[in-house]
Design a protein around this ligand. Structure first.
Ligand code: MOS
Length: 733
């Protein structure tokens, strides 16, 4: 059996458990000074003045960077990463927590002390803290999906069809601001050198995209990209917050340049709530019309999401995209609008768009099931589609039916009684809810170096990064299987911008993008060896030749790879594999799917909600590693439960300050909140998506999980909660 798919342990595990894995802040860079951010208390206005001389006189202080002395940065034109504006480029303030100065000192304590003494005089302006206060000013995004498509779509006449429908649901749903909260806070160490070619910048940073950071930093400081070296061997969680190169990294590089010394900047947990994006609040209007048998005739999904007011770029949570394609419906319309408030720039977070959007759609579907008096799972099956009606293409290899069936079987869904409050365990209310999951297959060009030496050891290098999801491990499995060597003999090196380029580890695209590059490089290395053997045997066709355990065998006999290399006087054979999106998307719609089933137990007197069982069944194409895939699936469901019941960033409605910027008061799911989660990965091989047949599993398992919980809460209590998180007071009698 090949290495691909095997439940091999994550190879970064022992290094992380023993502390051998080096995270950004742990790199020892000689002579590094420490930078600390000074942030605005007010949420709107301008900086009138910053009193720096007393601070400069404090012990160890080397530099205070303010908008008055900051280096002027070049903005990356038309880039989604236009997040430099709050990097001290002007005196404007548009959110509480915006960085207004950076203090650099010899030691961290000196920098912290000095930062606490920086006097900032501000002219405070009037504040719009939360989007609900400005819904009348919603506007259409300028660059939705980075300009790749318009923010609205329509087919048929959904309004007429809705008006004529015998069964209707029209409801508003809302999800709160949420923060990523990776365990490892954002950190940067920046160091400048120069040589005959000019300045060189080396940056150790925790990031989901060394390639993107390299480009952003090069543009900001007017350098050629190859003059910027980004290093990130391990990431302690990202969840979208480390996709952009955010202002603190740029400010660390700026401070290092101005101070003439390497500079280390590590965010505090509180600063993590104001410095690197968040999931914006969403308010979503759903209208579903159906025939009496539950067949959808109309679907409208109109979403609004929170935006910042400063000129920092734009981010729109694409909540309604799944509503274009998840079900068969002839009359469909979606739209997206933004509401600007005095908060920082939002960003991607754990299935951006689908997570909050499918929460709304799948709760509305549950409401429709009750209106039509149809089992919620039967309603999904009645509206099943083999085609993406929005793209007008068939799905590539859709196995959602299997997800529904296997998930339902495993959960015991057929034993559900429909009426809310009808299932009990003694005094405790039992609720069973389900929802559909979907996430697109994303893919970008990538390259990978693959080198096989005469001793049978393989080196794989690619400028990707491992977020803790298993990238190191699965790339080794792909090379091992293709070259016929044990996985343990493959070394994988990631997280260095000197390696062949790879895309951001976001949008669940690493396996689908980088995997095929490693596959291509490994095949090229194998084919070189087969060609050497063919030449030696004077046979033309290499199709009959096989490389396994460093031996090429064919009709003419066997020859070892080491002998072939020795004959050519080479110590190794190497190739740079290149992979880019194929034309599968021309013929088919490339999407992953899943089915989520949740049981909750609710105390009818106290309103306490406990998720007691959860089954998630997923079709994400071919599974690269059964163990890391299962871990991804569990992780997504855990965050779905968090989204449903716990997570919320609370914003003060007068001053616009974040009230709970810490993991004590921002509630994340912990072990006691999580039941035994059962995951089912449906066997599939989606060759239209890419040559590995895998679509990626980073975000899919998060999608629909919150709706399954909310629908279970309704089934238990009869209370339909349409705003997350669901609280005790929402369900108390
Ligand atoms: Mo993911 S939210 O695209 O890092």
């Amino acid at each position: 059996m090949g290495a691909i798919g095997q439940p091999i342990d994550r190879r970064d595990g022992p290094a992380k458990v023993t502390g051998a894995a080096r995270y950004t802040a742990e790199f020892a860079v000689p002579d590094a000074a420490y930078a600390v951010l000074v942030q605005s208390a007010v949420a709107a206005g301008t900086i009138a003045g910053i009193d720096t001389p007393p601070v400069m006189a404090m012990p160890g202080v080397l530099l205070v960077v303010t908008p008055d002395n900051a280096l002027r940065l070049k903005q990356q034109k038309g880039s989604p990463q236009a997040v430099m504006a709050p990097a001290l480029q002007d005196r404007g303030i548009s959110f509480s927590g915006q960085t207004v100065a950076v203090v650099v000192a010899d030691t961290l304590d000196q920098a912290l002390d000095a930062a606490a003494h920086v006097g900032v005089l501000t002219n405070a302006g009037s504040v719009i803290p939360v989007m609900d206060q400005a819904l009348d000013r919603a506007y259409v995004p300028k660059a939705f999906r980075n300009g790749a498509r318009p923010p609205a779509s329509r087919r048929g006449d959904p309004d007429a069809a809705f008006a004529a429908a015998p069964v209707r649901v029209a409801q508003r749903y809302a999800t709160p601001v949420e923060h990523h909260n990776p365990m490892e806070p954002h950190a940067t160490i920046a160091k400048w050198d120069s040589d005959a070619g000019g300045d060189r910048l080396t940056v150790w940073m925790t990031t989901q995209a060394i390639s993107g950071a390299q480009k952003t930093l090069a543009t900001a400081f007017g350098l050629a990209p190859e003059r910027v070296h980004v290093i990130c061997p391990f990431v302690g969680g990202g969840f979208g917050s480390k996709g952009n190169c955010w202002p603190p990294t740029i400010l660390a590089a700026m401070a290092a340049k101005m101070a003439g010394r390497p500079v280390k900047l590590v965010l505090t947990r509180k600063q993590m709530y104001t410095s690197n994006g968040y999931r914006p609040r969403t308010i979503q209007d759903l209208k579903l019309g159906a025939a009496t048998d539950g067949a959808l005739t109309a679907l409208r999904h109109d979403g609004m999401s929170q935006m910042s007011r400063g000129d920092f770029g734009e981010f729109c949570e694409p909540v309604a995209l799944a509503s274009e394609m998840l079900y068969a419906v002839p009359n469909n319309a979606v739209s997206h609008r933004l509401v600007a408030v005095h908060q920082g720039l939002p960003t991607y977070m754990r299935a951006p768009g689908e997570a909050p959007g499918v929460f709304a759609l799948e709760c509305a579907m549950d409401e429709l099931a009750y209106q039509a008096k149809i089992d919620p799972l039967q309603l999904r099956l009645r509206n099943y589609t083999e085609r993406n009606e929005h793209e007008d293409k068939p799905f590539s290899a859709k196995k959602l039916r299997d997800c529904y069936q296997r998930g339902a079987e495993s959960f015991g869904w057929s034993r559900r009684s429909m009426a809310p409050g009808s299932m009990r365990d003694g005094h405790t209310l039992i609720g069973w809810g389900m929802a559909t999951a979907t996430y697109p297959m994303n893919r970008m060009p990538a390259k990978a170096l693959v080198r096989l030496d005469a001793g049978g050891h393989v080196l794989v290098q690619t400028g990707s990064q491992d977020l803790g999801t298993g990238t190191y491990t699965i790339l080794a499995q792909i090379a091992a299987e293709t070259l016929g060597v044990p996985v343990a003999q493959v070394r994988v090196e990631l997280g260095d911008s000197k390696f062949p380029p790879a895309p951001v580890s976001g949008g669940s695209m690493t396996t689908a993008s980088v995997g095929p590059a490693v596959l291509a490089g490994s095949r090229q290395v194998r084919d070189q060896l087969l060609a050497m053997a063919a030449a030696q045997w004077k046979v033309v066709a290499t199709q009959q030749l096989v490389l396994d355990r460093m031996v090429v065998s064919g009709p003419a006999g066997t020859v070892s790879a080491a002998e072939l290399m020795a004959a050519r006087k080479v110590g190794f054979v190497e190739a740079t594999g290149e992979a880019k999106p194929g034309d599968g998307a021309k013929h088919a719609s490339l999407h992953s799917f899943g089915a989520q089933f949740c049981e909750v137990r609710v105390d009818p007197d106290l309103g306490e909600i406990r998720v007691s069982r959860f089954v998630g069944a997923f079709d994400a194409g071919r599974v690269m590693n059964a163990k890391t895939a299962r871990s991804q699936a569990i992780g997504g469901i855990v965050f779905g439960i968090g989204m449903a019941l716990l997570e919320e960033t609370v914003v003060d409605r007068n001053l616009g300050r974040i009230v709970n910027p810490n993991v004590a008061e921002y509630l994340l799911p912990v072990n006691v909140d999580i039941p035994d989660i059962q995951t089912i990965l449906i066997e599939n091989d989606d060759q239209l998506s890419n040559p590995l047949g895998a679509r990626g599993l980073g975000e899919l398992p998060m999608v629909g999980a919150a709706a399954a919980v909310a629908n279970a809460v309704f089934h238990a209590t009869g209370k339909r909660v349409r705003e997350l998180p669901i609280r005790i007071e929402d369900v108390m009698a």
